[in-house]
Design a binder for this molecule. Structure first.
Ligand SMILES: Nc1nc2c(c(=O)[nH]1)N[C@H]1C(S)=C(S)[C@@H](COP(=O)(O)OP(=O)(O)OC[C@H]3O[C@@H](n4cnc5c(=O)[nH]c(N)nc54)[C@H](O)[C@@H]3O)O[C@H]1N2
Ligand SMILES: Nc1nc2c(c(=O)[nH]1)N[C@H]1C(S)=C(S)[C@@H](COP(=O)(O)OP(=O)(O)OC[C@H]3O[C@@H](n4cnc5c(=O)[nH]c(N)nc54)[C@H](O)[C@@H]3O)O[C@H]1N2
Ligand code: SF4
Ligand SMILES: [Mo]
Length: 754
């Protein structure tokens, strides 16, 4: 890498999506002057997407908050950190005192997974608040995946991912990694990897109601009726049993419940489900046969299958397909990553554990059970609106924008406006945070150290990478873990002036004593001089599967070693390898393939099979230059054609009298009323007839936000059409795809620009 005089080169993991690419960032005089892929990076090997370059715009965005804001008489005023904390200390504790701990709630959003300080320290605040009212974007996303992992393998984060470099058949449902760069599977350069798969004679099959960017790379693409994946997958599992294709592989000795599975899928012969799916019975059987007959094959499914009425069943059936065809925990099939730090499935005794607990408490109004300590975010509005003991009266939102990202944001916005007190940790005044009484900003990602706590547990290859801050942070701006500790102190009643360093030491020492018992003094001594997330990372690495065990295995990993490897691309820990049965943390050390919680949902699916499919339904999509709701204010991504368009098939357009580029009203009938949005139409032969595709996270035209660029082309809020009372029952996940809509033409100006 050539540098000009005065230029320095830094290596930083991209925090913008789950691919976690390694970046090479050039800095001159305190300013970012270049962002490229880091060729030596052991995970991403130089790959980046257009979003990475936007880190410069994010860092420099004039609308990004540089100081706290306090709302006085309805208007935000800049404040110092001590003023902001004092305001919270003045207003939060009285609400807790008067109404109890359950009057408080926390809502956590997607970026928390990409910021080590938020991820590791949010639990400290949650504990200090002592509330059950924890909500997150997970219940708009991947919670069915966690539920199935918990039930089958004993931990939420034991997620099998495709072994793409050795696989010869990859079947992808409801995911578009060519645009999204993968999810619950950290796989930078999916495009390159899938091309390599095909080049060595492998096959990529994509099942999606849209010929997506991923489908365009595939050998075979099947349209499926949105929301019908459960039937396709049931038909495939049925075929395996009916045709005697269940493979008695290495893991069969671990499996329980095979007979129950066979009985449960009995009503779902391929011919019984075909019409509902839109795939022929022969095609459904052929897919099952190909999976069983290909020694190295994998099925992968994501947001499109998780965010439907039977998201948990879909996720379970995907795992069953992999398991029953001998592809679970096998090279070339799906494998469990072995993460160097923080993975519960590497801690404690091998092969057995406590399993997961479910439904320890329920939401007050809807009676919905917690999963993974969370209540469905779609319950948030009713918990605020409904009076009585335990009514939510105060909220802390952390890197979350549910007014756009969750169903019926208008209702939620009304509820937020009625809170006694709301604090937001966020970088913008946006659709959600405009309702806060105090907003506490974060440093730019370039000003913080990083390690991927979650995504190292989901990576296509085992690896460890650390990022040092690229730029110094303003001395007045705390790191987010420090902000969380101050909030925890306020919530615990010990005030706004707590010494966060001392608090951090106390929490840390208590954790170490709990985790290490007699070894605690040695761990404390070994980590002397460290603080914050770095100290937690050092302990997790050293105690982890590759760790130095605090000196017992001197060649093992520790933080210092990881830091030393940052400029050479991190530490490669090799390809994924089989981990069963050691990975299991189920109480009996076995894999129960037929959990009651999932079987109990099958009658609901059977009933839905008979229901007529609506004439027109809406689904979501992601664009490579957009990221959920919050990157529409960055010039490098915002330029170019409008990305918030409603795609639909030419036949539908003709039938409905819609022109390409014209505008239309899209309406839905939900359990809480009829709602509609206006969107720009884009006619596309890539759509399945009867399906309309619109991205989420748009609708930046609400009053009181400070997103200058995003407001110029606000787009339409897809989630206004979603029904907050439609959920996947076992997990509580929101239904965000396959929702019936009516479309009517508005003005028909053929070349209208939005
Ligand atoms: N219809 C439909 N709805 C969906 C989806 C869909 O596919 N279809 N997808 C769902 C999915 S998968 C997800 S993950 C959710 C996302 O839901 P959210 O997490 O609510 O949405 P984001 O748009 O990611 O919002 C991130 C928030 O974090 C703030 N932020 C950004 N960086 C930082 C930081 O460093 N620190 C702090 N404190 N704040 C920061 C942003 O300003 C923004 O307010 O949306 C869901 N909603
Ligand atoms: N560029 C970009 N990248 C992102 C994000 C972003 O907003 N923009 N968001 C990030 C986040 S938070 C996440 S969770 C991941 C998600 O990553 P993915 O899971 O890959 O999500 P999508 O790209 O939305 O792809 C979902 C696909 O499912 C299809 N689909 C919709 N309904 C159905 C259905 O009923 N059945 C089937 N079989 N398919 C269906 C859609 O047409 C779409 O092609 O992406 C992450 N990466
Ligand atoms: S794919 Fe994701 S992690 Fe990689 S550069 Fe793009 S946004 Fe960043
Ligand atoms: Mo997500």
């Amino acid at each position: 890498m050539k540098t000009s005089p005065g230029e320095s080169i830094h290596h930083r993991i991209c925090p913008l999506c789950e691919a976690c690419c390694g970046l090479e960032i050039s800095v001159r005089e305190g300013a970012v002057v270049g962002i490229r892929g880091h060729e030596a990076d052991v995970l991403s090997r130089g790959y980046i997407c257009p979003k990475a370059v936007a880190l410069k715009d994010l860092h420099e965005d004039p609308d990004r908050l540089r100081s706290p804001l306090i709302k006085r008489h309805g208007t935000f005023e800049p404040a110092t950190w001590s003023q902001a904390y004092a305001e919270i200390a003045r207003r939060l504790p009285p609400v807790l005192q008067e109404h109890g701990r359950q009057a408080a709630g926390i809502v956590v959003g997607n970026p928390a997974a990409h910021k080590i300080g938020l991820g590791l320290y949010f639990p400290r605040l949650a504990r200090a608040l002592g509330t059950h009212n924890i909500f997150s974007a997970s219940t708009l996303d991947q919670i069915p995946r966690h539920l199935v992992s918990g039930l089958l393998y004993g931990h939420w984060m034991s997620v099998p991912v495709p072994d793409i470099e050795r696989c010869d058949l990859l079947i992808v449902l409801g995911a578009n990694p060519a645009a999204s760069n993968g999810s619950m599977w950290t796989v930078p350069d999916f495009r390159g990897k899938s091309k390599a798969l095909r080049a060595r004679g492998g096959r990529l099959v994509v099942i999606d109601p849209r010929r997506s960017e991923t489908a365009a790379l595939a050998d075979e693409h099947d349209f499926i009726r949105p929301g019908a994946d459960v039937f396709l997958l049931l038909g495939m599992v049925h075929t395996l049993f009916a045709e005697g294709r269940v493979v008695a592989g290495r893991l069969h000795v671990l499996f329980d419940g095979l007979a129950e599975v066979e009985a449960a899928v009995a009503p779902f012969d391929a011919s019984a489900v075909a019409a509902r799916c839109g795939l022929s019975a022969e095609r459904i059987r052929a897919l099952a046969r190909a999976l069983a007959a290909t020694p190295r094959a994998a099925v992968y499914a994501r947001i499109g299958t998780c965010t439907q009425e039977f998201g948990s069943l879909c996720t379970w059936l995907v795992d069953l397909l992999n398991a029953l065809t001998g592809h679970l925990d096998e090279p070339g099939g799906v494998l469990f990553p072995l993460a160097p730090a923080f993975a519960a499935n590497t801690q404690g005794a091998d092969g057995v554990g406590r399993g997961v607990q479910l439904g320890r408490h329920r939401s007050r109004v809807g009676g919905l059970p917690e999963v993974m300590g969370e209540l469905p975010i779609t319950c948030l509005a009713e918990e605020i609106e409904t009076g009585g003991a335990g009514q939510l009266r105060t909220l802390v939102t952390i890197a979350c924008n549910p007014v756009l990202s969750a169903p019926n944001g208008a209702r939620l916005a009304g509820a937020l406006a009625s809170l006694d007190f709301m604090v937001s940790m966020d970088i913008y005044v946006n659709e959600t945070t405009r309702h806060a009484d105090v907003i506490l900003p974060a440093p730019s990602p370039l000003e913080e150290m990083h390690y991927d706590v979650a995504f190292a547990q989901l990576s296509w290859r085992n690896q460890a990478r650390y990022s040092a801050p690229v730029l110094p942070r303003d001395p007045a701006q705390p790191a987010e873990w420090q902000t969380l500790l101050t909030l925890a102190s306020i919530a615990a009643g010990t005030g706004a002036d707590a010494d966060t360093a001392r608090l951090d030491d106390e929490f840390f020492a208590a954790d170490v004593r709990r985790q290490f018992g007699d070894l605690a003094p040695r761990v404390l001594e070994a980590t002397a001089g460290l603080a914050g997330p770095e100290r937690l990372l050092d302990v997790a690495l050293r105690a982890g599967p590759y760790g130095d065990r605090f000196g017992d295995r001197p060649e093992g990993l520790d933080l210092a070693g990881l830091k030393a490897a940052a400029d050479s691309g991190g530490i490669d820990l090799g390809p994924l390898a089989p981990r069963l049965p050691a990975l299991l943390r189920t109480p009996d050390g076995r894999i129960g393939l037929a959990p009651a919680r999932l079987l109990d949902d099958l009658p609901r699916a059977a009933a839905a099979l008979g229901r007529a499919a609506p004439e027109l339904v809406v689904i979501g999509r992601r664009d490579v230059r957009s990221n959920n709701s919050w990157m529409h204010n960055l010039p490098v991504l915002a330029k170019g054609p409008m990305r918030c368009t409603a795609l639909l098939h030419p036949d539908d357009a003709r039938r409905l009298g819609l022109d390409d580029g014209g505008r239309a009203r899209i309406a839905s009938r939900t359990s809480t009323g009829e709602r509609s949005i206006e969107a720009q139409i884009q006619i596309s032969a890539d759509m399945m007839p009867g399906v309309i595709s619109l991205p989420h996270g748009w609708g930046h035209d609400l009053p009181g936000t400070v997103l200058g660029l995003a407001a110029q082309r606000p787009g339409a809020n897809l989630n206004a059409l979603m029904d907050e009372n439609l959920r996947d029952l076992p997990s509580g996940n929101a239904v965000l795809t396959g929702v019936a809509v009516q479309v009517t033409a508005l003005n028909q100006v053929p070349h209208a620009k939005q």
